[in-house]
Ligand binder design. Sequence first.
Ligand SMILES: Cc1cc2nc3c(=O)[nH]c(=O)nc-3n(C[C@H](O)[C@H](O)[C@H](O)COP(=O)(O)OP(=O)(O)OC[C@H]3O[C@@H](n4cnc5c(N)ncnc54)[C@H](O)[C@@H]3O)c2cc1C
Length: 319
Amino acid sequence: MASIFVFAEINEGSISDISLQGLAAARKIAGADRVVAFAAGSGISTVVQSLFGCGADEVVVVDDAKLNEYLTSTYRAAVGAFLAQNKFSLLLFPASTCGNDLAPAIAAELDAACVLDGAALSVEGGKTIVSRIEFDRKVRTCYVATGDRPMVATLKDGIAEVGAPDASKQGAVKLFAVSLPEPKTKIVRRDVAKKSVNLKAAKIIVGAGAGIGSKDNFAKIQELANVLGAQIGATRAIVDAGWLPADHQIGQTGVTVRPELYIACGVSGAVQHWVGISDARKIISINTDKNAPLMKHAHYRVTGDLNVVVPKLVKVLKG
Ligand SMILES: Cc1cc2nc3c(=O)[nH]c(=O)nc-3n(C[C@H](O)[C@H](O)[C@H](O)COP(=O)(O)OP(=O)(O)OC[C@H]3O[C@@H](n4cnc5c(N)ncnc54)[C@H](O)[C@@H]3O)c2cc1C
């Protein structure tokens, strides 16, 4: 029977959401194949229990304090040692900084096929197909491993929905012992940007674009957000101008969001922003230019000056 390996990344003591999405995606295509979740770190046996309820048939942990921080050499040694003894036809990693670093190293070790940033997984004729969205979302390319090679892939955020773990599914976490080398690098300092907003969890987002014109005009955007109980997101233009901290940025180099409602105020809808909002359930675009790209994508469009439209909207919403 073939097996699927899923690397579960631990971030600050929790399994990352993108890894859980990878596990859900693996479960969907697994059929009768076993899904083995693998995690590394020290004292994580309790945290990884939930992997059983999220689709894993087996959960394996390498418990070693050397794995508390992601470093290529130690993780490569831990995962490599496990894979030297256990064969898989498909190996999935999150398309995170860690996953996109580790997966090619593992693929090279296994002489396996490797596809990064997969956006969909499917099976055709018994072969796993990993699809990537390429060239500014204009092309979808599907990859399959040749011959008998295993496929190694990293999967992007949004690959699958993660439901609540099924608490009835429990199991015994297996410890895999490996003697790890001394790390080849060490982290001397890590400066973590303070989180000022959690856009991923937001139901309503008011998006601020360069069309707001000046930092002073933020008061109007803020008022709209307040009356709707919304969070404020931004284009890169706004973040680059220093008007909002970087964690407000939505898009290719920011976060991907899936709110019920996204109200874009003075946002042109450049592809690098669009990739971050395209999964919003409803999009309203307020723009003076009826030909702006987002005015074509949006479900509802208001052609007009946001300095006029936004205060009117606030007035109506306040009753
Ligand atoms: C490698 C790379 C990565 C990038 N990553 C990101 C990313 O993650 N996120 C991101 O957002 N961008 C990103 N960008 C930048 C992106 O290409 C655009 O430049 C950016 O999204 C434009 O932001 P904007 O819509 O605020 O500004 P603009 O494109 O300048 O649009 C402003 C809009 O406001 C409208 N407007 C003007 N005045 C008013 C008014 N009074 N009322 C209503 N509407 C008005 C205009 O008609 C226009 O459509 C990236 C670029 C590169 C090259």
